[in-house]
Design a protein around this ligand. Structure first.
Ligand SMILES: [Zn+2]
Ligand SMILES: [Zn+2]
Length: 389
């Protein structure tokens, strides 16, 4: 079928929105009518090639919520009309060794996340569009997705909340609950207070951590960190983060140093702010060439420090999302507060520019109109920054 999508004609060029041809879904796939797709920093890094180079036109968008439009012959979980979110993390087959060990996110029977491979979309000039950052391209009116990437969302959960749950929220909140496993009164710091970092702060607060330290270089994000539960914030451009974290913790550093920002040297800082017997948990990645850490002193590990990571909150998708929906419904987590501005698909460049200038998480409305009460009236973050400059 024909549908409109956002793509870059090739790596390094500007995003355009144009009509493409979408294949029929495969036997284990569904076709989704995309209602909303929120912007994750990974979309930006994947599109520009920071996550890895690709040849040909590229699409992005992986925080997807929508309605099932058509199903392949072997799909059993959903039917047309079902409301779903579509995540990069797979639900798992339920019977391989990893699934039986409680790690469905490493399921051996479901295709792994497929980055930088041809998608189901073809430009009208015949070029196949690459999916740069997930198993599909969500900045599109329609997309195909593997059934195992879906989780149903309840009727009272807005699509934009489903979108935010599909990556950003789970990657932060899920990592704290499922991987970091913070105990009450343990100390916690997060480097990077974007959508993932703020969700981690919510997880740390929910787990009873104290202090909770937010570290970033943008004031707008540090203000948000305080709102979401940080007891202390550090602007790393103005203060020596390592010195300050040690001061706040009375000397040793934090029990849990969470890395939700990409960039050379950040993981070293995380090691430096973690206490002996503490742990560093990496949840994001930046340029694939900058992700090596060659400056670990083994004495740091002899001191009991752990260095680990967590992909997509190590979620058991269809167990955890229903809980998160209920926590949202009860006001236990503030997902609305993560969402900054709403844009249409045709405004996607503006939406991304705003994201790069301090917006926490922007929403692209595709299959439905932006609700009148959610149209932004205040200046965009990007405009505020350029006005100050
Ligand atoms: Zn993401
Ligand atoms: Zn499995």
């Amino acid at each position: 079928m024909r549908c409109k999508m956002a793509l870059v004609p090739q790596m390094g060029l500007d995003i355009i929105v144009e009509e493409v041809e979408l294949d029929d879904p495969g036997e284990y796939e569904v076709r989704l009518k995309v209602m909303t797709c929120t912007i994750c920093n990974s979309d930006v890094l994947a599109w520009t090639g920071e996550h890895g180079e690709y040849e040909g036109p590229g699409g992005a968008g992986h925080e997807i919520a929508g309605v099932v439009d058509a199903v392949g012959s072997k799909v059993t979980y959903v039917k047309p009309g079902d409301r779903v979110l579509c995540s990069e993390i797979r639900a798992g087959c339920g019977h391989c060794v990893q699934c039986l060990n409680g790690r469905p996110f490493f399921c051996e029977n479901i295709p792994p996340m497929s980055f930088r491979v041809p998608s189901a979309m073809t430009r009208l000039n015949g070029e196949r569009v690459i999916q740069t950052c997930s198993g599909t391209n969500g900045f599109s009116e329609y997309c195909n997705a593997y059934e195992g990437m879906l989780c149903k969302i309840d009727d009272d959960i807005p699509f934009e909340i489903g979108s935010a749950l599909a990556c950003g929220f789970m990657s932060g909140f899920g990592a704290v609950l499922n991987r970091v496993k913070v105990k009450p009164a343990e100390s916690f710091a997060v480097i990077g207070c974007g959508g993932v970092g703020l969700s981690a702060i919510m997880g740390a607060r929910y787990s009873g951590a104290i202090p909770i330290i937010g570290i970033d270089t943008q004031e707008i994000k540090l203000e948000a960190a305080k709102k979401f539960g940080a007891t202390h914030v550090i602007n790393a451009l103005e203060e020596d983060a390592v010195h300050r974290v040690k001061e706040i913790t009375g000397g040793p550093g934090v029990d849990h140093a969470f890395v939700a920002a990409a960039g050379k040297g950040i993981k070293r800082t995380a090691m430096d702010i973690s206490a002996d017997y503490g742990q560093v948990v990496v949840v994001g990645h930046g340029h694939h060439r900058n992700e090596f850490m060659e400056d670990i002193n083994w004495f740091e590990l002899l001191a009991g420090r752990k260095l680990t990571g967590c992909v997509m909150g190590n979620l058991t998708l269809r167990r955890d999302i229903p809980k998160y929906m209920d926590m949202y419904r009860r006001g236990m987590v503030d997902i609305d507060g993560l969402l900054t501005h709403r844009f249409t698909l045709d405004q996607i460049k503006e939406a991304i520019d705003d994201s790069l200038h301090g917006a926490l998480k922007n929403v692209v409305y595709i299959g439905e109109e932006i609700p009148a009460d959610k149209l932004h009236t205040a200046p965009l973050a990007g405009q505020k920054v350029s006005a100050d400059a």
